[in-house]
Design a protein around this ligand. Structure first.
Ligand SMILES: [Zn+2]
Length: 1022
């Protein structure tokens, strides 16, 4: 049946077929040129511009001025609303009619006051279907509205994608017309394209590729683009090829539509709302036509936005969720960063997310979905399991710069031993296009061949939204079971994971964190966002505890559940994986900082109300301690108090204590030496501070042990050149370490600020450059086992990295870093590539370097970037990237870190407690003079931290308390409480009571057993 191939020339046959469907060459005579038939201009086009993102109701009331195709609109971030009137010619009866719209701004079509179709050139969506087959009774004259944003799919970057947005860009409409769409040509084009791609992807090694080549060549022979009657034969020839099936053993690709929408990145939060609208309404249109189409969609926040901005669309989504096509996934409020949020924040991501999904869609997600985040905490498996999730999908580790991650499908074992079944789609993408290349890559890249015979392929434009297209669906449908390619089925994450789980006997296990060997600058970039996150996490922690206690100290106190939820949701939103890492544009930074201000101001009022309910009013002072241990600390009390406003206060565990100045066992002494250096001593520590603020010595008195390495200086500020290869805000590269320069120029040498007694302190100023300075106060408090470095930096650098170093007299192959609900070790050497790739790592409130019976800890109150190499502990302070925010980190910064030498292990030395103390200041309250100390909760074991106390969701009279084992030990601990607890039950992290796990409440308290790093949540019924 084939025409005889004349020559044995693969290349000419292949290129011949390519040209036959080219949209550049020979469109006058090839098949592509026939995709559209007649066209017809619009009846009229008119528009109005607005700087705001407004509702349809508001927009439709405006006055529209005439405009034409080719006109430009702007500036960037404005919106242009178009009124489109059109008339379909009678003669197009029986034909498919599209409105073709080509603009470089993302657009949404509105019809009958409803959003009906997203139009995004970069997302290959440029037509709105007016009729599939025009009938006489259909409306021929219509008025539509098109809402065009003056930004593209990736914002408005100048030149490079991640360049800061150009504020003055203009956006044009290049095409707006009616056309006849030839569906039969589209169908054939897809046949041709898939065959051509099979020839190319299978290469010259595989005979199947040649079968595709001769098939597609014969199709060109048979196809006359000008004669549609020739198409059927051509299509059937393609069908013969595509229907030649695979054997039973072939790998199965589970195709899932997806649309990764960054909740803010190169565009602000507000634009994301419209991106969701545009992308998801398009998905609904596709579902109407393709009943097999499955679409996975994450981030409860985005659903919440669509619910309030596009209620009609949200109802359609609910309908398709019920049908099992629109699949909410992930279980979290947003796709958050996987490193920086605290343990409690991570729990709240799931709590808010899962509760939302259950309320709106009647289902909890079964999989955690985080394809695009810069590393994954070793505590995530336990947190997932605690939230009803045992499957995890990501792919970002394929971005590792140094080492190739060895698995695609495996069990991930977390810090406490919890495991989750984990899948990295082998195609290494969350935005495939349903092309042959995607399928072949999925098959070839799979690192678990023979162990896992199923993989996911997520298809649809992403990052800036867009999502799947009809063409992607057509491609996948064509090759469901075509010999030579993997089998393809439209699938849900649940179906995929069920298949993987059923056949998991040979899967490997990866233990510990999933560290991304890239984007390690994101632990430091945008320091104000990091600080906002830490401070607001702390504030919400304190409000919840104070409010929970207030319920039982004052029976008229209303627990501010709704307001707290609102503040938590703002905090969780800012933990999105391009906001808290600092990889967003300036507009987003401003929004994020405003949200932190909202949390701070709203939170301050809530905390004040709760604290006032804890004590009787009066003119005396008390402190509120939100931490589950007693504290003895120097506190700055209000003006008018004695002794320069300081007092040494003993504060009871989780409770209130009157301020009664306790005289210190040993007061702080401050001595200025003849050479200008200063010696400070508090009976625990003795330090010698040079004129430039470096520490010449730091001695742990009880052990008579010097902490600073021989011949070295502690508190040494150092600058590095910080020019990455591309991802400016994201990446710090290994080679920056070769550019180390100490900050040495003294502007103002060390001088005494606090003379000793309760507090000794000195201050100094260093010059970094003619634009930047550091001013620091080094503070030693009576009875305090660490020295605080309260720092202000005026920062106006470009592509520089500021760090502070402490070379310490400790030798150990590993350093320890605090993470969510625990800690882990990372190497201090560079033996293997896996070791040296961790030249810059993240930690939370502390890092420690210990040998047997001695160590040094470096604490901080808002930093996340660390490194420990050999004996040098380094805290990363400030960066200065220029993209995507040219102003990143320019300005004044405040932060505090602390150094703490100790004997024994860091666990026994209470480093964990000290780092909490540094981050959770005692809060002052006005009270009556007869206030007595009161403690609501305490825990008998130092290993167990009572992290959270809150009112249970939707359950007045019930508190949730969350504790975790922090030492990495198996212990039994008793939770003691002064509150009237009647019953206690174990619950999961979603606060679901475990009916099989009541916990006895005795006069001693509630006794619990813990495994290393175990998180335990209890419901306390009053
Ligand atoms: Zn993303």
């Amino acid at each position: 049946m084939y025409h005889l191939p004349v020559l044995k020339n693969r290349r000419t046959l292949l290129e011949r077929a390519e040209k036959f469907i080219s949209d550049i060459y020979f469109t006058d005579c090839n098949l592509r040129g026939r995709l559209y038939g007649d066209s017809c201009p619009l009846e009229s086009l008119a528009c109005f511009l607005t700087p705001k993102r407004i509702t349809f109701a508001e927009a439709s009331k405006q006055i529209f001025d005439p405009c034409k195709v080719g006109d430009t609109f702007g500036p960037t971030w404005w919106t242009c609303w178009f009124k489109v009137t059109l008339k379909i010619p009678e003669s197009w009866r029986g034909k498919a009619v599209h409105l073709l719209w080509e603009s470089d701004g993302e657009a949404m079509v509105w019809r009958d006051e409803q959003p009906v179709q997203g139009l995004t050139k970069e997302g290959e969506k440029m037509s709105y279907i007016l009729s599939e087959c025009l009938q006489d009774e259909e409306p021929h004259s219509l008025t539509l509205y098109v809402e065009m944003a003056c930004n593209g799919l990736f914002g408005a970057g100048q030149g490079s994608q991640i360049a800061p947005p150009d504020p003055n860009r203009k956006f044009s409409v290049q095409k707006a017309e009616l056309v006849v769409f030839n569906g039969d040509v589209r169908e054939l084009l897809t046949d041709f394209e898939m065959l051509v791609d099979i020839v190319k992807e299978l290469g010259e090694e595989e005979q199947r590729g040649y079968q595709a080549l001769f098939t597609v060549n014969e199709m060109v022979n048979l196809c006359d683009p000008s004669d549609p009657s020739s198409f059927a034969k051509v299509h059937s020839l393609a069908g013969t090829f595509f229907n030649q099936r695979n054997g039973e053993s072939q790998h199965t690709v589970h195709a899932m539509g997806h649309c990764h929408i960054d909740s803010a990145w190169l565009w602000p939060y507000e634009e994301t709302i419209r991106k969701c609208g545009r992308s998801w309404v398009t998905v609904i249109r596709l579902m109407e036509k393709n009943p097999e189409f499955v679409f996975t969609c994450s981030q409860a926040q985005q659903f919440q936005w669509v619910k309030s901005w596009y209620p009609g669309l949200f109802s359609s989504i609910q309908h398709y969720v019920k049908k099992g096509q629109f699949i909410p996934v992930g279980g979290t409020w947003v796709e958050m960063d996987g490193n920086l949020p605290s343990g409690e924040s991570m729990v709240r991501q799931f709590l808010e997310g899962q509760r939302f999904f259950n309320k709106e869609f009647g289902r909890y997600c079964k999989e955690f979905w985080l394809p695009d985040t810069f590393g994954y905490s070793a505590q995530l498996p336990q947190i997932m399991q605690g939230c009803g999730i045992s499957n995890f999908l990501t792919q970002k580790l394929s971005w590792n710069l140094v080492n190739t991650f060895p698995h695609n499908t495996f069990f991930w074992e977390g810090l406490d031993g919890s495991t989750v079944l984990t899948h990295f789609p082998p195609g290494n993408s969350y935005e495939m296009k349903g092309k042959v290349e995607d399928l072949v890559k999925t098959l070839k890249n799979n690192k678990d061949k023979g162990r896992a015979n199923h993989s996911a392929a997520l298809f649809g434009f992403g990052d800036g939204g867009g999502g799947p297209t009809q063409l992607m669906l057509d491609r996948l449908r064509l090759v469901q079971d075509t010999n030579g390619l993997p089998k393809v089925q439209m699938s849900t994450p649940d179906e995929l994971f069920t298949r993987l789980q059923a056949d998991s006997a040979l899967l490997c296990t990866w233990t510990g964190e999933l560290f991304l060997e890239l984007h390690n600058g994101t632990y430091t970039t945008q320091a104000q966002i990091k600080r906002g996150n830490r401070q607001c996490e702390t504030l919400l922690h304190d409000i919840e505890i104070a409010s929970s206690l207030a319920l039982y100290r004052n029976n008229t106190f209303p627990y501010p559940a709704e307001k707290l939820q609102e503040l938590w949701r703002l905090l969780l939103l800012n933990q999105f994986h391009d906001v808290i890492p600092g990889s967003c544009i300036e507009m987003v930074v401003k929004d994020a900082l405003k949200y932190y201000e909202d949390i701070r101001s709203g939170g301050a009022a809530l905390l004040r109300d709760a604290c006032e309910a804890l004590v009787a009013k009066g003119s005396s002072m008390a402190v509120f301690n939100s931490l589950p241990w007693e504290r003895l600390e120097v506190v700055q009390i209000q003006e008018g108090a004695e002794k320069s406003g300081l007092a040494l206060v003993r504060a009871s565990s989780i409770g209130v204590s009157p301020v009664k100045d306790t005289p210190p066992v040993t007061p702080v002494s401050v001595t200025v030496q003849a050479d200008g250096t200063v010696v400070m001593e508090n009976g625990l520590l003795k330090t010698a501070i040079n004129r430039d603020g470096t520490l010449a010595s730091l001695c742990l008195i009880s052990a008579n042990r010097e902490s600073i390495s021989d011949g070295c200086l502690g508190n040494q500020f150092v600058m590095f050149d910080d020019v990455p290869l591309y991802w400016d805000a994201w990446d710090v590269m290994d080679y920056h370490l070769q550019t180390r320069k100490p900050v040495a120029e003294v502007v103002q040498p060390v001088h005494v600020v606090s003379p000793g007694g309760l507090r000794g302190s000195v201050s100094f100023t260093l010059r970094i450059s003619d634009k930047s300075t550091i001013t620091q106060e080094i503070i030693m408090d009576a009875m305090c086992p660490y020295i605080k470095f309260s720092t202000e930096v005026q920062w106006a650098e470009s592509h520089k990295f500021l760090k502070v170093e402490f070379p310490v007299r400790v030798r150990s192959p590993n350093a320890t870093y605090e993470i969510q609900f625990g800690h882990l070790q990372r190497p201090t050497h560079r033996n293997t590539s896996w070791d040296w790739a961790k030249f810059e790592v993240w930690g939370h409130k502390w890092a420690d370097l210990s040998e047997h019976n001695f160590g040094v800890s470096l604490l901080n109150d808002c930093k996340y970037g660390y490194s420990v190499h050999k004996d040098t502990m380094t805290l990363s302070l400030l960066r200065a990237p220029k993209a995507p925010d040219a102003t990143a980190d320019i300005g004044i910064h405040h932060f505090t870190y602390a150094i703490m030498p100790h004997t024994r292990s860091f666990q026994e030395a209470s480093v964990i407690q000290c780092a909490y103390n540094l981050n959770f200041p005692l809060r002052l309250i006005q009270c009556s003079p007869d206030t007595v100390p009161w403690s609501a909760f305490s825990v008998t074991s130092q290993a167990v931290v009572l992290e959270t106390i809150k009112q249970a969701e939707d359950r007045g009279g019930v508190l949730v308390v969350r504790l975790y084992e922090s030492h990495g030990s198996s212990v039994t601990a008793t939770l003691r409480t002064a509150l009237p607890v009647r019953e206690a039950w174990v619950c999961d992290l979603l606060e679901k009571q475990d009916p099989n796990q009541p916990v006895p409440v005795t006069s001693e308290g509630i006794t619990l057993d813990f495994n290393p790093f175990q998180i335990v949540s209890l419901l306390l019924i009053m």
